[in-house]
Design a protein around this ligand. Structure first.
Ligand code: ADP
Ligand code: ADP
Ligand code: MG
Length: 450
């Protein structure tokens, strides 16, 4: 087993990883920015090293400083969490060159899947169904227009290097294509450093359903079932649940097998996620693979009773995975609400500031993954997600009852949060009936909320 690792992240996920390390007797080194010297992850780790200024580019994305901190503190590995450097193949490669174990897949895999157009190409070759579209090189605007006509409208132009719901444009009409195509390329270049885009058919009112994968370093791949992530705003998840109410056992089994096949096609190692879109008729399409731990991993942990972060650490230590596919049983139902410091009544504007009061819910079936405390100042420099509230019940109805009870108890003073907004989702008839897709918030909530 690895003896000491560095955690190249902050916030709740850094704390989550420290907790897993403690239980496995692995020593931890936190990194922090000048802004984060009093952050919970900085205080909780066995050691902590300041790696730069408040801006992410100076600290949490500062590869040389992070690697130096790793070497100087004698760490054998780095856990990248999500966001920041977690899907950066250059960083994973530098780790390998420095003889540091990157806790994730090989950098070659990250590179392949990080280019979402290449990923489509590879999946097609492996007979994994992908959203109809075009992933090859786009030679000119006229070429793009021809492709668009072939694919048909509405369609999506997506940045090949995109992530976090950014770099995606819907084009409903051919008249809007030119403007959107040019803007998408400029945006991709500005956000992700390259202007490569690809075109996909827009699937109307789809469900986003993803499968959690675990793979060890000896070619064993299993899936831990699915997560329903259709509750989104601006292509970003807001609330997730497991299992999905939309899948029957037949479709679930079929998709699970395809997810494993997709991971095998890229010789996948460690934890990863295959994201699918599912249309009304139950047709499903590969959308992308996330080569890291996912924000919503706790709901899978609750229904499988498997600690995914611990599995990541064991796999990275070179241990053979003990879990077999037939041992994995999904029981009960789990829901996660992302708790963000933002103002839903003000176009979800981020609301950094000092937390002046805090009461965190608990009790049977309630889990809070967060890094906040009373007196903590939420900085303006990073993501507005400050925690995750997860509930577990023996069925969906009970998980919902618990979530409403827990949201009710959750008291965060001093900053505005989306807690009431989450409550509104839970009370909506269509959510209660499981009758929702990725356009639910836009069509049924935000308009009513304005
Ligand atoms: P998940 O797929 O695990 O649900 P999200 O898409 O919500 O995760 O992203 C997780 C975190 O990583 C968020 O903080 C998001 O802003 C960030 N993130 C993900 N991909 C990128 C990217 N390519 N560039 C910048 N940030 C990203
Ligand atoms: P990211 O890398 O930012 O997570 P994804 O490719 O996973 O980007 O897409 C994010 C979200 O955008 C999806 O969960 C889905 O809601 C929506 N989306 C993406 N592609 C399509 C599509 N072809 N049709 C309809 N919705 C889509
Ligand atoms: Mg995605």
């Amino acid at each position: 087993m690895l003896k000491k690792i560095l955690i190249a992240n902050r916030g709740e996920i850094a704390v989550r990883i420290i907790r897993a390390c403690r239980e496995l007797n692995i020593r931890t080194v936190a990194i922090y920015s000048e802004q984060d010297k009093d952050a919970l992850h900085t205080q909780m780790a066995d050691e902590a090293v300041c790696v730069g200024g408040p801006l992410s580019k100076d600290s949490y994305l500062n590869m040389t400083n992070i690697l130096s901190a790793c070497v100087l503190t004698g760490c054998e590995g780095i856990h990248p969490g999500f966001g920041f450097l977690s899907e950066n193949p250059k960083f994973a490669k530098m780790c390998r060159e420095c003889n540091i174990k990157f806790i994730g897949p090989d950098y070659e895999t990250i590179e392949l899947m990080g280019d979402k157009a290449r990923a489509r190409e590879i999946m097609k070759k492996a007979n994994v169904p992908v959203v109809p579209g075009y992933e090859g090189e786009i030679l000119s605007y006229d070429h793009a227009l021809d492709l668009a006509k072939n694919i048909g409208f509405p369609l999506m132009i997506k940045a090949a290097a995109g992530g976090g719901g950014k770099g995606i444009r819907i084009v409903r009409d051919i008249k809007e294509f030119k403007h959107n195509f040019e803007a998408a390329k400029l945006e991709a270049k500005a956000c992700f450093g390259e202007d490569k885009v690809y075109i996909e058919k827009f699937i109307e009112n789809p469900r986003h359903i993803e499968f959690q994968i675990l793979a060890d370093e000896y070619n064993k791949v299993v899936h831990l079932g699915e997560r329903e992530c259709s509750m989104q705003r601006n292509n970003q998840k807001v609330l997730e649940e497991a299992p999905s109410i939309f899948l029957n056992d037949n479709l679930r089994e079929k998709m699970g097998k395809v997810a494993v096949k997709a991971a095998e096609a890229v010789d996948y190692k460690n934890a990863g996620t295959i994201e699918f879109l599912v249309d009304d008729s139950g047709e499903f399409y590969f959308m992308e693979m996330n080569t890291r731990i996912q924000v919503e991993h706790p709901i899978t942990e609750m229904v499988t009773n498997i600690d995914i972060v611990k599995e990541q650490l064991k796999i990275a230590s070179g241990m053979k995975m003990e879990i077999n596919q037939e041992d994995i049983k999904i029981s009960g139902h789990a829901i996660e609400c992302r708790i963000n410091a933002e103002d839903p009544k003000n176009n979800f504007r981020p609301c950094p500031g000092v937390i002046t009061e805090l009461y965190t819910p608990s009790g049977l079936g309630v889990r809070v993954d967060s890094a906040i405390y009373c007196g903590y100042e939420i900085p303006p420099y990073y993501d507005s997600m400050i925690g995750k509230l997860i509930t577990f019940g023996d069925d969906r109805e009970n998980a919902i009852i618990k979530m409403k009870r827990a949201l009710d108890e959750f008291a965060i003073g001093g900053v505005t949060t989306n807690i009431d907004f989450q409550y509104e989702i839970l009370e909506h008839e269509d959510f209660i009936n499981g009758n929702y897709n990725t356009s639910f918030i836009e069509n049924k909530l935000v308009n009513n909320n304005a």
